[in-house]
Design a protein around this ligand. Structure first.
Ligand code: G3H
Ligand code: 13P
Ligand code: ZN
Length: 313
C-alpha cells in the first residue's frame, strides 16, 4: 500500500512550506480512535497541517490493520496530513511502516555510535526515497528516553560542527536535534532553565535548508496537573518547556515540534474529572468523549499559540 492512496502528504512537502514561512508543523502522537479523532478535529478547525505520529509501541497497541483502517476512513484535505513513524529503532521497523503506507519515518539512531547511525540512516533514506517517503534522523541524545545505553539521564547536545556532514552522508530530509528538551512529563527541575539557543543558532547556520525537529517539546500545562491531582491522581514536580521558549526555537528554524505528553495529560485529566464528578458513569463513551474533546482543545491551543501553523493549508 502506498500513502498516496490515502491522500496523505509526506513530511518533506509540509516542512518545506513551514521552513519557508517561519512556522512549525506539530507532530501529535496518537494510539487509538479517540486520540486520532482529537488531532484531526483540531487540524480541521484550525486549518493547520498536522503530522500524525505513531511510535513503535503505539503501532503494536493499535494493530496494523486497525490503524490503516482508521486512516482510510479519516477525513482531511490534500497536502494537510502526514502519517509518521516516531522513533523507529531499526531499518526493519522503518521499512515495515513504509510498506504499510506511512508517508514519513524517523530513524532514531541517536543512541548508536556515529558511524552506525549514519550507516543505518542512509539505508533507510535509500529505501524510503524510492517511494517518496520522507525521513527524519537524529543527532544528539535527549535525556530520559534515548539515553538507555548510558543511563546518564543527561542531555548530550547535538554537535553543530558535524550536522552538515551528517545530512550529506545520510540524505536525510529533516534532522532532530538535542538542545535541552526531554521526553515525558518530568523535564526539568528548574522551571526557568533555558534551551540551548546558541547551539540551535549554529546548527541552523550550518544547515539552513534542512528542517529541524524538536522532540520532547510538551509544555506540560499546569492546569492539567492540578486537575489530575484534584481528581485522585498523583503527579508531582512535572514541568515542561514554556511556550515562550518553543516559539523562540521556531523563530530559529525549528520546523517540526513533537508533542505527546500534553495530549496524555489533557486526556487523563478529562477522564478523571468525568468519573469523579459522576460516580454512576460506566459507559466508556461518556468519559472517552470528554477526553477526546479536551485533547482537541489542547491541540487547537498549541497550534494557535505555539506552532503558528493555523490557516496554512
Ligand atoms: O517520543 C516518544 C513518544 O512520546 C512515544 O512514547 O513509546 O510510550 O508511545 P511511547
Ligand atoms: P513529549 O513527551 O514532550 O510530549 O515529547 C513527545 C515526543 O518527542 C514524541 O516523539
Ligand atoms: Zn520524541
Amino acid at each position: 500500500m502506498h500513502y498516496s492512496e490515502f491522500l496523505l502528504s509526506n513530511t518533506k512537502t509540509l516542512l518545506k512550506r513551514a521552513l519557508r514561512n517561519g512556522y512549525a508543523v506539530p507532530a501529535f502522537n496518537f494510539y487509538n480512535m479517540e486520540t486520532l479523532s482529537a488531532i484531526l478535529t483540531a487540524a480541521e478547525i484550525t486549518k493547520s497541517p498536522v503530522i500524525l505520529a505513531v511510535s513503535e509501541s503505539a503501532l503494536k497497541y493499535m494493530d496494523e490493520d486497525i490503524l490503516m483502517g482508521m486512516i482510510r476512513g479519516a477525513k482531511y484535505k490534500k497536502n494537510q496530513i502526514a502519517l509518521h513513524l516516531d522513533h523507529g529503532h531499526s531499518f526493519e521497523s522503518c521499512k515495515r511502516a513504509i510498506d504499510m503506507g506511512f508517508s514519513s519515518v524517523m530513524f532514531d539512531g541517536s543512541a548508536l555510535p556515529l558511524n552506525e547511525n549514519i550507516k543505518i540512516s542512509r539505508r533507510v533514506t535509500d529505501y524510503a526515497h524510492k517511494f517518496d517517503v520522507s525521513v527524519e534522523t537524529e543527532l544528539g541524545v535527549l535525556a530520559g528516553f534515548e539515553d538507555k545505553n548510558t543511563h546518564s539521564n543527561k542531555n548530550s547536545y547535538t554537535n553543530p560542527d558535524i550536522v552538515k556532514d551528517f545530512v550529506k552522508q545520510t540524505g536525510t530530509d529533516s534532522l532532530a536535534i538535542a538542545i535541552g528538551t526531554s521526553h515525558g512529563a518530568y523535564k526539568r527541575k528548574d522551571k526557568n532553565e533555558s534551551l540551548r539557543f546558541d547551539i540551535l543558532k549554529q546548527i541552523a547556520e550550518n544547515i539552513p535548508n534542512t528542517p529541524l525537529v524538536l522532540h520532547g517539546a510538551s509544555s506540560i500545562p499546569q492546569k492539567y496537573i492540578k486537575s489530575i491531582n484534584k481528581f485522585g491522581g498523583d503527579i508531582k514536580n512535572a514541568y515542561g518547556i514554556s511556550p515562550v521558549q518553543i516559539r523562540k526555537a521556531i523563530a530559529l528554524h525549528i520546523t517540526k515540534v513533537n508533542v505527546d505528553s500534553d495530549s496524555r495529560l489533557a486526556f487523563t485529566a478529562a477522564v478523571r474529572e468525568t468519573l469523579s464528578k459522576d460516580k454512576k458513569v460506566f459507559d466508556p463513551r461518556e468519559y472517552l468523549k470528554a477526553a477526546q474533546n479536551e485533547m482537541t482543545k489542547n491541540c487547537i491551543d498549541e497550534i494557535q499559540n505555539i506552532m503558528g501553523s493555523g490557516y496554512k493549508i
